[in-house]
Structures are given as C-alpha cells and as structure tokens.
Write a protein that binds this ligand. Structure first.
Ligand SMILES: Cc1cc2nc3c(=O)[nH]c(=O)nc-3n(C[C@H](O)[C@H](O)[C@H](O)COP(=O)(O)OP(=O)(O)OC[C@H]3O[C@@H](n4cnc5c(N)ncnc54)[C@H](O)[C@@H]3O)c2cc1C
Length: 398
C-alpha cells in the first residue's frame, strides 16, 4: 500500500485498524526502470497490510457503525431500484449479472494480465518490494510476512494470448536482472489487470467496481477508500434531497473520470519513460496509448488573444466538506472530464470577466493587476491559469 492510503484511514478514524494489521517493518522499495536502480526507504517505504484481516476489520468497523452485515452471502442480481432505494455496488471488478451486464466499460488502457508465482523467498530479498522492467512487462517482487514471496509478471494480454502464459513468464524470468531471475516456480495464477472505467445502468459504483487502476500505481486501496467516502456523502445528500439524485451521480462519475484520467496520464508517462524495450509489444502498446491521450498542449503567449469558450457548460456540482456535500456551480469545458468551480481560489466567472469580449494574455494580466480579487496573484500566475483554462476547454485561444 502506498503511504498516502494510511492518511485516508486515519482521517476516517480507522487508524487502530491500520495499527493492528500493518506489519511493523515497512518494505523498502526498489525500482529498476531505465538503466538505474532506485531505492525508496524511510517515509517513502511501503506499509504492508495483512489484507484478509484488514478487510475483516473494516467490515467489523462498518457493523459497529450501524451497517447490517450479511456474511458469506452472494448479493443477488439487482435489476434496478425504486425511488427510495439506492443500490451501491462495491463488488470489485466482478460483473454483477451473468449474461446481462448492468455496467459497461467506457474507457480502458491496453489489456493487461498479472501472472503470479508464490514460492519461498529463498536467496531473494525479504525486506524489499521490487519493481523491474523487462521486455515482456514488469516484475513485482512482494515478500509476504510468512516467508513466501508473491512474484508477479504484469504482462500484455495480447502477447500472452499469442504465445502462452508459461512461455511469456519463462522469457521474463530469463530477462530479469533482479530477484525474479531466481524463480524456479511457474506462474500459478493469471488475473486480468487491465485499467478501465465503467458506468452502471442500475446501481452506484464504488472502488474497483467504478474503475480499476493500472497495478503500477499501487493506489487501488487508497482510491477505493476515497471513492467510498465520496459515494457515502453522495448517498447521504440524496436521502436529504432526492431531487438531486441525477446531479449527484453525474458529479460522482466526473470525480471518478477525473481521477482515472490523472492516473492514466501518470502511469502511461512512466511506461513511456522506459526506453530500453521500446520495440517490445508491451511497451509499444503503452507508448501508443500515451501518445493518444497526451493532447498537444496549446502554448499561450503574451500576445495570444483569449475569449470565453462558448461551449463551456454550467453544471450542478458539489464539493466534499468533511463528510457532507456542498452544492456549487461549476463549468465543464469541451472534452474535459472534470468540472471546475474555481481556479486558484477564484470563481471561473471572475477569470472570464478579465477577458471581456476578447483580450490578449498581457492585456488580461494588466486588468488583473488593477482588480482587488486578483491582488494576490502574480502576473506569471494569472498567465498560468489562463493556459490551464485553455487546456480545460474553458477559454479559446486565437
Ligand atoms: C495484481 C494486483 C496487485 C495489486 N496490488 C495492490 C497494491 O499493492 N496496493 C493497492 O493499493 N492496490 C493493489 N491492487 C488493487 C487493489 O487490490 C484494489 O484496487 C482494491 O482491492 C479495490 O477494492 P474494492 O473494495 O473496490 O474491491 P475488492 O477488494 O475486489 O472487493 C470486492 C469484494 O466484493 C465481493 N463480491 C463481488 N461480487 C459479489 C456479490 N455478488 N455478492 C457479494 N460479494 C461480492 C468480492 O468477493 C470482494 O470481496 C492490486 C490489484 C492487482 C490486480
């Protein structure tokens, strides 16, 4: 788990669950990406959770807080809800209804599989998780507290389909310069690990059910907790204001889409930074996805003329304040996933006012200098926010 996830749990008052089920000794983190090895230690070390016990403790905490828990039960298919019932699906990446899926994938990164071997640590390191890029994908060495290690190859699904899991796994063992080269055990488990985002026709989606991040991020647990926090606040808002059901769901969808997009951009940029295996299928496909997503940024010069984008639309938006949703008006630019209410703490409408019917960047900066609302903004800061508004489709640059 990444260190940031512990902050979410502390904020939710679940610090004691962490203390009980986290290994006393966090793992060092070694990365072989490009030609160098990098090590993260101290505050950047990864806390290691006893996952089954941790999940059970969270369920117990939910029960203590008033949730009715039905153990060892499989939720039946749910066709839809009446106006007074909200169905929230926290079912991970499983599909809900066989043969009649109620959720559809709306975007995804290149298809990925995780091939895992579990074996004794042997001569490999016990105190470090290690990520190592190889032509077939990347290795993830993860020692467990019981003396075993989970050694996972994250590989390209199409390459694995064309060859076979065993042959891709064996080639990657031969290519490793890290502890994976010591592996003698075959892969025993294969799991789809493609990053995607879904939309549901019936229920509300939480965590992996809404979107699954690429395993490289190691942020699935943190994201699932934050997602649960947002959805819980959304449900609570709709109980009090049933007429807002559609706008709350739309807000949650934008929240998840924005988070997914930010993760996808970071993950694909990191894949693109490994240049040693640029011709291998795993890396070629991810590099292509990076190029596809990375829209060329429009540079904004001092003499560029800017206007308010005519097709930016106003939406009913919310912000999370502690555990409650506070309604706010926000603006959604062309092609943008996230609606924006403010930039640098100043309402979008105020930024537009600086442009009147069209001004160059330097003219708008001059107006801002005389405007009390923009008093704390530097000239460079104002220009930067306009570049951001162009990127978000809120301002057109001529
Ligand atoms: C190879 C791999 C490695 C990963 N490593 C990390 C990591 O190091 N750190 C990290 O933060 N994240 C990691 N993740 C991601 C992380 O595990 C998930 O993002 C996280 O578990 C999502 O939590 P969730 O509660 O949404 O879903 P899940 O943890 O999948 O929980 C969903 C639960 O719902 C149950 N369920 C499904 N359908 C039904 C039904 N009909 N009725 C009743 N119950 C049902 C399932 O059995 C399951 O218990 C990894 C993922 C993969 C694939």
């Amino acid at each position: 788990m990444i260190p940031a996830a512990t902050q979410v749990l502390h904020r939710l008052g679940l610090g004691s669950v962490l203390d009980a089920f986290m290994d006393a000794q966090p793992l060092k983190h070694g990365i072989r990406w490009g030609s160098d090895w990098n090590w993260r230690d101290g505050d950047h070390a990864s806390p290691r959770l006893k996952r089954d016990a941790f999940d059970a403790a969270l369920t117990f905490a939910a029960e203590g807080a008033g949730a009715r828990v039905v153990r060892h039960a499989r939720m039946p298919e749910f066709d839809g809800a009446d106006a007074r019932t909200i169905v929230v699906r926290a079912t991970g990446s499983a599909t809900w209804a066989r043969g009649k899926p109620d959720a559809t994938i709306v975007e995804q990164l290149p298809e990925t599989v995780a091939l895992t071997a579990r074996t004794a640590v042997g001569d490999g390191p016990r105190d470090a998780s290690i990520i190592e890029a190889v032509p077939q994908g990347w290795w993830w060495w993860l020692p467990l507290s019981d003396g075993d290690v989970l050694c996972t190859l994250v590989a390209d699904a199409e390459e694995v389909r064309k060859a076979s899991p065993a042959s891709v796994f064996a080639s990657a063992v031969r290519a490793s310069e890290g502890p994976a080269r010591l592996l003698r055990a075959p892969a025993v488990a294969g799991r789809v690990a493609t990053a995607w985002r879904r939309r549901s026709f019936a229920g509300w989606l939480v965590g992996d059910a809404a979107s699954r991040l690429d395993p490289l991020s190691s942020q699935g647990i943190e994201k699932a907790l934050a997602s649960a926090e947002h959805v819980a606040a959304g449900v609570s808002r709709v109980f009090e204001h049933p007429e807002e059901s559609d706008s709350v769901r739309a807000w949650l969808d934008r929240w998840d889409a924005g988070l997914f997009a930010a993760h996808a951009r970071r993950t694909l940029a990191y894949y693109a930074s490994e240049e040693r295996f640029a011709d291998a299928p795993f890396w070629t496909r991810r590099r292509a996805a990076y190029a596809e997503r990375e829209a060329p940024t429009r540079t904004v010069e001092p003499t560029t003329r800017l206007r308010r984008a005519k097709d930016a639309i106003g939406v009913d938006d919310y912000r999370l304040d502690d555990d409650r949703l506070v309604p706010q008006k926000a603006w959604l630019g062309r092609g943008a996933r996230t609606a924006v209410a403010q930039l640098s703490g100043i309402a979008v409408a105020r930024w537009w006012e600086l442009l009147a019917d069209g001004r160059t960047v330097e003219e708008a900066v001059g107006v801002a200098r005389m405007h009390p609302v923009f008093g704390t903004q530097s000239a460079a800061g104002v220009a930067r926010q306009f570049a951001e508004m162009v990127r978000l489709g809120l301002v057109d640059a001529e």
